[in-house]
Design a protein around this ligand. Structure first.
Ligand SMILES: NC(=O)c1ccc[n+]([C@@H]2O[C@H](COP(=O)([O-])OP(=O)(O)OC[C@H]3O[C@@H](n4cnc5c(N)ncnc54)[C@H](O)[C@@H]3O)[C@@H](O)[C@H]2O)c1
Ligand SMILES: [Zn+2]
Length: 403
């Protein structure tokens, strides 16, 4: 076996470094905020980030003094993300049917108060302001509190363009606590969305009993599946790109071709950053025996970003991923910024039970029923029997009295 790659059958996603320490730190932060409120939020933000937690008044987008080229790029990305969101929602409509018992239906109701976390610890993720706030606005959520440790002017401008109703300058687990328990003039939000590092995601996981969350969108992951490619350099940069997000980020390349893995290894080993990321297992090259083994591994691994370089493969073969990128043209970086589909995506295998952020997640599906006189009699008989069997006597009475 060539020493430059591992076997797919032996690979397992590593646990985060210091996971139990992170769980403990986050639990303590959230407990302090629960007990001591704003004062704790402020003290923790000062201690960890040397930052005062405060609301920043957003200006109209055009008033931000940022480079015109960047402004145009933000606007273009905004339009593509909005177009995709509008496409997601276009066929959603409240509906009902009537039968001999009455009228039965459902309505879509936007969640009222949304918190959007925008990462900013290492890099100010300007694009995440668009990715989290645009779908909330398209869904019709009236309160959209943006929250970030970064106050980079372009990030503020993007939050303004994307429709943040408030901007809270704070990061980390304490930001999630401030959104979930409320901070200063702002009451608790009903749902928190957006990606973040291991602390942010652990905090989202821990507030779930009181606040809805979108998905666990933690340190970035990419899985490239390729056997024959035209542009190895493109894939090298895709692997480097997702691995540069975080010390816990991982880019995998799965292939049945030793020639392809050798080529990528040579390119990466020749590149300073690539060499370091390979040595640290942030980029891992994996050899598979055959397509069956590759598919089984990919669907079990459930990567955040899945890039499949063979355009002839049926997409239905892949069942667990956050977002699928088909063909060498489809750089994951395009998806990160501006292709249109959301970049807030499930990581650490949570793509097995969750998709990425979408307009749908900002909507509650509420059911309605109106029973007519025929229904009253028929349903009373059925309900009374079930209630009697369960021993719930007033349920039985409530049904029988309507006969
Ligand atoms: N899954 C996705 O959809 C997706 C998309 C984009 C980015 N991401 C991920 O978002 C993350 C952004 O991470 P980031 O760190 O740059 O920014 P971040 O805003 O997520 O986290 C920064 C905060 O983490 C807290 N923190 C850092 N070290 C800490 C410690 N030792 N103890 C307590 N708190 C600590 C600090 O309060 C800091 O403000 C990356 O992991 C990236 O991969 C994921
Ligand atoms: Zn990325």
């Amino acid at each position: 076996m060539n020493v430059n790659y591992s076997l797919v059958k032996d690979y397992q996603r590593p646990a985060f470094k210091d996971q139990s320490k992170i769980e403990d730190t986050v639990a303590k932060i959230l407990h302090k905020i629960k007990v001591h409120g704003d004062q704790a939020v402020q003290a923790i933000s000062q201690e960890i980030d040397q930052q005062q937690a405060q609301y920043i008044d957003l200006l109209p987008f055009d008033d931000y003094a940022i480079d015109q080229g960047l402004k145009d790029a933000i606007k273009s990305a905004y339009r593509r993300i909005q177009k995709y969101c509008q496409f997601q929602i276009k066929d959603l409509k409240n509906d009902q049917f009537s039968d001999e018992m009455g009228d039965f239906g459902f309505v879509y109701q936007p969640i009222e108060r949304i918190g959007a976390y925008i990462p900013g610890g290492q890099f100010p993720l300007i694009s995440t302001a668009l990715m989290t706030l645009v779908p909330a606005k398209v869904a019709g959520c009236p309160v959209r509190v943006a929250c970030s440790p970064s106050d980079h002017p372009a990030l503020l401008a993007a939050a303004s363009l994307a429709g943040a109703t408030q901007f809270l300058h704070i990061g980390g687990a304490q930001a999630i606590g401030a959104l979930s328990y409320g901070f200063a003039q702002t009451a608790p939000v009903n749902m928190i969305v957006g990606p973040g590092n291991a602390y942010v995601n652990q905090a989202k996981a821990q507030v779930q009993h009181r606040t809805q969350i979108d998905t666990l969108a933690g340190p970035s992951e990419l899985l490239i599946y390729a056997n024959q490619i035209k542009h190895p350099e493109w894939l090298m940069y895709d692997a480097l790109a997702q691995a540069e997000h975080d010390a816990n980020a991982i880019s995998l390349v799965v292939s049945e071709s030793t020639a392809l893995l050798d080529k990528l290894y040579t390119l990466l080993a020749d590149h300073d950053k690539g060499k370091a990321l390979l040595a640290n297992d942030n980029i891992v090259l994996l050899l598979s025996d055959d397509q069956k083994q590759s598919l089984s591994f990919i669907n079990d691994y459930a990567p955040e970003h899945l890039m499949v370089c063979d355009e002839s493969m049926k997409t239905a073969l892949f069942t667990n991923y956050g977002s699928l990128f088909i063909g060498e043209n489809s750089a994951v970086a395009f998806g990160d910024y501006c292709a249109g589909p959301n970049h807030t995506l499930p990581t650490a295998g949570s793509a097995k039970f969750s998709g990425g952020l979408s307009v749908h997640q900002f909507l509650k599906v509420l059911s309605t029923q109106k029973i007519n006189n025929t229904g009253r009699g028929v349903l009373a008989n059925i309900s009374a029997k079930l209630a009697a069997a369960e021993g719930l006597i007033y349920h039985q009475k409530s049904a029988e009295i309507r006969k």
